[in-house]
Design a protein around this ligand. Structure first.
Ligand code: KIV
Ligand code: ZN
Length: 544
């Protein structure tokens, strides 16, 4: 059964693709447990549809979609969606992976722009028209909820686009998604395209119009908001705007834009301007937490001035602003920090707090830990409380993240790290690691600084060729006793792997973050991906 009948959609549906398009950001690769953690949080956030992955892409992706379908795709939960190219093998894999979900959707796509037809697919327009209809019908044989995307729609000939969409809807598509694959369009142009589709696709009333867009020119959110004014009712977006190249439209910006300016947008949905009914199903108070979680797990840092979720988004620096805000918040604030879940907490954690208080605070922060993870995090919090008087929510988040991030089974384990350095010393590090086959190995190295020495020593032991391309240390809170969070990225051939760790000792955090990234690299070598470099549709032509 379709969860949202096209004719009954009277609000904006939020389709989250953090786990699919978002995960296509270089270095954002997530483990299955991390995907599940994010999927659960997306369900708490209230997204309508979770695009959990691309099942045919690799056995790991297949399994992740299957697990999300099984554990998050509950009767009153979100629709779980899987991406598939317009081929039988992709659609079959998606259908199989999605089976456990109470509500599932197959999202199939084929390019429609002449540039993609000529150079990528090597197909004619009539061929693409026929494939789109045939593959939508094939997907429909597995589920009645089928979404179709004409890839690179924005650069496609509008008349051809209308024809493809009409055929796809006639074949059973219940959502038609209009992608700005290359992030090229402008708000006015995109609005006109959506209006053109509403007016020229004869059976458009049988499908929800969705939009998907990349942020190459920084216009994705503005384009989507204009699309809503012209009939779009589903937005495909990601947390923190992560995704391919410059990323996708950011969920938090779209949702808060619609929330803060609902009087402006209400009439476009046929409501009176003063209607207080929410325009989306999102629980905005979960936004901050979801954003932090995605940033921590993907290693994609959030710029401080990022709208809604940047660390400066609610900070007032100038004296004039501070004075105004103290007198009345409305002088310089258009939304309340509490509306995105930042704000006053009820329970304060310190040296004398017990396990129950800690559990309650974690629940307030939205963490739902197993007993084992709770115990591990509690031990670390107690250790931290001995060093630091006040423990902030950010400290708790960092520790929980560090303790609960999935350890690659059979990966490297950091046993000991020791450095000696100073202005008259040559930075030297000694490191002991357990290798994947459980051998304890120790080695030492010198470097340009203590972290460099540690990484060189780890390299001597681990012997995994890679290039460190990013290293960042940030203090979680102010003060000399702050926890340091280290995020790194390393590259092997064309693949990028992120690592994260948090510790009051930044050398230990640096070593652990490096080991975590090496383990992701190691895990990827155990799991061969299907080749998606060339489109199988094009290959069929070559072989024919
Ligand atoms: O950007 C794009 O065109 C996509 C499609 C698969 C929807 O991600
Ligand atoms: Zn995309």
């Amino acid at each position: 059964m379709i969860k949202f009948q096209p004719q009954q959609v009277d609000r904006i549906l939020i389709f989250d693709t953090t786990l699919r398009d978002g995960e296509q950001s270089p270095g954002a690769t997530l483990h299955i447990d991390e995907k599940l953690t994010i999927a659960r949080q997306l369900a708490r956030l209230g997204v309508d549809i979770i695009e959990a992955g691309f099942p045919f892409a690799s056995p790991g992706d297949f399994k992740a979609v299957q697990q999300v379908a099984d554990q998050v795709g509950l009767e009153n939960g979100p629709i779980i969606c899987g991406l598939a190219r317009a081929t039988r093998q992709d659609i079959k894999a998606a259908a199989e992976a999605l089976k456990p979900a109470a509500h599932h959707r197959i999202h199939t796509f084929i390019a429609t722009s002449d540039i993609h037809l000529e150079y990528k697919l090597k197909k004619t327009r009539p061929e693409v028209l026929a494939i789109a209809a045939e593959m939508v019908a094939y997907a429909k044989s597995f589920t009645d909820d089928v979404e179709f995307s004409p890839e690179d729609a924005v650069r496609s000939d509008p008349d051809f686009l209308y024809q493809v969409l009409e055929n796809a809807i006639a074949a059973g598509a219940t959502t038609v998604n209009i992608p700005d694959t290359v992030g090229y369009t402008t708000p006015h142009e995109f609005g006109a395209l959506i209006r053109g589709i509403s007016e020229n696709v004869s059976n458009i009333d049988q499908a929800v119009i969705s939009v998907h867009g990349h942020n190459d020119l920084g216009l994705a959110v503005a384009n989507f908001l204009e699309a809503i004014k012209n009939g779009a009712r589903q937005l495909e977006c990601t947390i923190n705007g992560i995704g391919e190249r410059a990323g996708n439209a950011a969920l938090e910006e779209l949702v808060m834009g619609l929330h803060v300016r609902r009087q402006y947008y209400n009439p476009f949905l046929g409501r009176p301007p003063e209607s207080e009914a929410p325009l989306t199903n999102i629980d905005t108070q979960q936004i901050h937490k979801t954003s932090r979680m995605v940033s921590n797990l993907t290693g994609m840092l959030i710029q401080p001035n990022k709208a809604i979720v940047g660390s400066n988004a609610f900070a007032h620096e100038s004296g004039i602003h501070q004075d105004g805000v103290l007198k009345n918040k409305l002088t310089y604030e258009i939304m309340d920090a509490q509306s995105i879940g930042l704000g006053d907490n009820q329970i304060v954690i310190g040296k004398h707090s017990g396990r129950n208080a800690f559990r309650a605070r974690l629940q307030e922060l939205g963490f739902d830990l197993s007993e084992q993870d709770l115990n591990k995090a509690f031990v670390r919090i107690k250790e931290l409380a001995d060093k630091k008087k006040e423990i902030s929510d950010r400290d708790i988040e960092a520790i929980v993240k560090d303790e609960t991030q999935s350890q690659v089974i059979g990966g490297f384990r950091l046993e000991r790290v020791q450095v000696s350095c100073g202005d008259h010393a040559c930075p030297t590090a000694t490191v002991t690691l357990y290798t994947p086959d459980n051998q304890e190995l120790t080695d030492a190295a010198i470097g340009t600084g203590p972290v460099d020495a540690v990484y060189r020593a780890i390299n001597r032991v681990a012997n995994v060729p890679n290039r460190l391309i990013e290293f960042s240390v940030q203090s979680v809170t102010a003060g000399i006793d702050a926890i340091g969070e280290v995020t790194i990225r390393l590259q092997q051939e064309d693949k990028i792997f992120a690592g994260y760790s948090a510790n009051t000792d930044i050398i230990v955090a640096s070593a652990q973050a490096y080991v975590n990234a090496l383990n992701r690299l190691h895990a990827s070598t155990q799991q061969p991906a299907q080749s998606l470099d060339s489109d199988p549709l094009a290959e069929q032509t070559v072989h024919a």
